[in-house]
Every structure is written in structure tokens, then in C-alpha cells.
Design a protein around this ligand. Sequence first.
Ligand SMILES: [Zn+2]
Length: 438
Amino acid sequence: MEIDLLITPEWIITVDSGNQVLRHHTIAVDDSRIVGIMPTSEAEKRYIPRQIVALPQQALLPGLVNAHTHVAMSLLKGLADDLPLMDWLQHHIWPAEARWADAEFVYNGAQLAIAEMIRSGTTCFNDMYFFPEAAAQAADESGIRACIGMIIIDFPTRWGSGVEEYLQKGLALHDQLQEKPLLTTAFAPHAPYTVSDEPLHKVLHLACELDVPIHMHVHETAFEVQQAQAQTGLRPLTRLEQLGLLDKHFLAVHMTQLNDEDIALLATKGVHVIHCPESNLKLASGFCPVAKLTAAGINVALGTDGNASNNDLDMLGEMRTAALIAKAVAQDASAIPATQALRMATINGAKALGLDAKIGSLEVGKSADMIAVDLGTLESSPLYDPVSHLVYCTSREQVTHTWVAGKALMINRQLTTLDSATLIAKAHCWQQKIGETS
Ligand SMILES: [Zn+2]
């Protein structure tokens, strides 16, 4: 049978329901999908591939899903560090955004972030930012998969005058993206403290009508919860429940402040929690109780958050931090073992975005969104368990290949759809402009 591509790595880490790790197996890809996973000897007999890729040192695994980020913020990487969330936002990030965040900023920032993600094994990201049409354009041109956030915030920005205009522009973008198979949308109301009840009612109504997820920062810090309780008497999560927002289409990002009732509520409603451990650590926002959430049956996925609060978009690093911090928070070394950390970075992110029938694991019928990681290096030797190494001792430079829907976006560390030198030059231009005024 003629097909597009056969890939023979040393290991296939499937992240299927049984977490199978296969050796001496080959994966067959045709027309953007995985059409077969079988012993190499059998694949060689069965298929006539147009291309063969031998990866004798590599593990092939599903592409990583970055379930929460702000790609345009890559141009603010390292602009303001070592500050708590509100000081960082109000005195540094929001003023810089008010001055600089226009369509060109978002497009250039998105391209830079997408290149960083492709180079570190991310094949799908979930974004929240102004000028989402510029991020969508950058994603579309690069070939990466993305869920583009239709952002809602109570105050005016350079993108629009307020909620009505944001909704109108978001909906227009949603319509435009219907013909783009790799791009989906989600409503992205920024946070409980920046979006009032009326817009949230509208978001809920529209999200049901369009059948898209709602993606929101919630309970990021203790201050957020205390302030809301002082002003309204309600915890933000309780308010969102009363508004009817909490269900299996809701992605609650951060969730560092959770009591047992909150956890029971999230479990009952089927809410997805997006854990961003490095951003939470850097801004000293608090600790998400991941082991407790997982024990309650809640789907926990991983995100890097934006480059300004992390400061990288490295999902391998994020996965390691998540696995380590979960053990410290739970005071239990068996909390979030490597296999579970890998699921958080792949299939759980796909589930949160409603894309798990398509991506998140390597299985026949799914889209060929895959990465190859070199585990033959000195740093990875000896190797007793490839999943252990991926989580606990692999750096992003070991990612050698990245495919989305069967198309190679990186081959032997070389990007195929974006030009690194151009991106670095653009980043330097922005650095000069922004650096002069901050
Ligand atoms: Zn965020």
C-alpha cells in the first residue's frame, strides 16, 4: 500500500490508555493521519512509503500540548522579573502592553513564540491575547495547531473599546477560522477580577451556541480570592458556578487557592484545571494541589503561561517542574509519577481543548502530531526507562523533529516554515524600541 511516510524510532511512547511504550515498531502516516503502528518487519512488508525516516536514537511521542499561554508576550521576555503578580501586571506589563501591543507586535511575538515551541516539541497551544487574528495568522503560516482565545476584558485596549467590540471581533475571527483545520477557538475572559457578570453571561450563551471551550485565569493568587470575598462575599469560583460557567467546557487556569469544597465542585462539574507551575513559582502565586485534583478525578493539563512570567515556553521543563512540585506539595514522592506528568503534557491538554479524539496520543486514526527526542546522548545514558528520562532528565535541545498533521515543522533541529535569523532580528528591533522606554 502506498503511503506518505514511515518512521522507525527506537521507542514509540504512545500515551494511549495503557501507556504502551513500543520497541522495534514503526509508525505509518498517510494524508496527515497515523494509519498504522506495528512491528517494523511487518510495516516494511505492508507499505510502500514515499518517505522513510529512521530515528535510531530517538523516542517518538505525541506532540506536547501547551494548554495556556500568551504567545505575543514573548517580546516582553525578561522585561520585568522578581515581582508579585499585581505589581508585575499593573506597573510593568499592562503599561508596556498599552504602549506597544498592536497587531504587528502580536504577529511578531506569536511567530517568535511558535518557533520556540516547535523547537521544544510543542505541537498545539492554547492562547489568550489581544489581536488574536494576528496570532491566528502566525499560527496558520507556521503550520502549528492552536486554539485561539477570543479575549474578553472589561477595560478598553488598543484592540478595542470594550466588551461589545471584543465579542464582535472574536466572533468574526471564529467564523474566519472555520476553514482552517488546525485552528480552533475558545472564549478567553481574562479573569474574575477583570470581567464582570454581564459579559460572562454573554460568553456563556455564545460558548454554548458555538460549542467552544471557555478559558480563564481563576484563583491565581490568595489576593484575588480575598479581594473578591471582601467585595462580593463570594469566592471567585463560587461566583462562576452561580453564573453557570462551570462544566466540562471550562478551563480554569492556575487554581493555586483551592479548599476541599472547591475541589469537590470542580470534580462534580467536570472542569479542567490548567496547571502552570513555573509561572506560579516565579510570581510566588501559590501552589496548585495537583495530586489532590488528580485523586478527585479532575483532568489536569499543563501550560507554560506567557514568556513574561516563566520565562520560557519549554513544556519538557514544565513537565519536570510539575512532577517535582507535586511531590513537594503533597509531601509524597509517589505523587504525579513520570507517566502521569507526560499525560498532563499531552492527552490531558488535548482533552481540555476538546481535541482528544484527534491529538494527544499516538494511535491509529489520530492526526500525526508527533515529536522525536534524542535519547542517545551522553546526558541520557544509561537509559532504563525512556519515560523517566523524558520527564526527569531531558532538555528541549534534545527534540530533533516536530510534525503537525504529518507535516514536518522541524527536521534535525532546523525549522521548515519559519526562519530563525529573521525572528531573532525582529526580536532585537522590538527590544530596542521597548527597552528605550521602559
Ligand atoms: Zn496567563
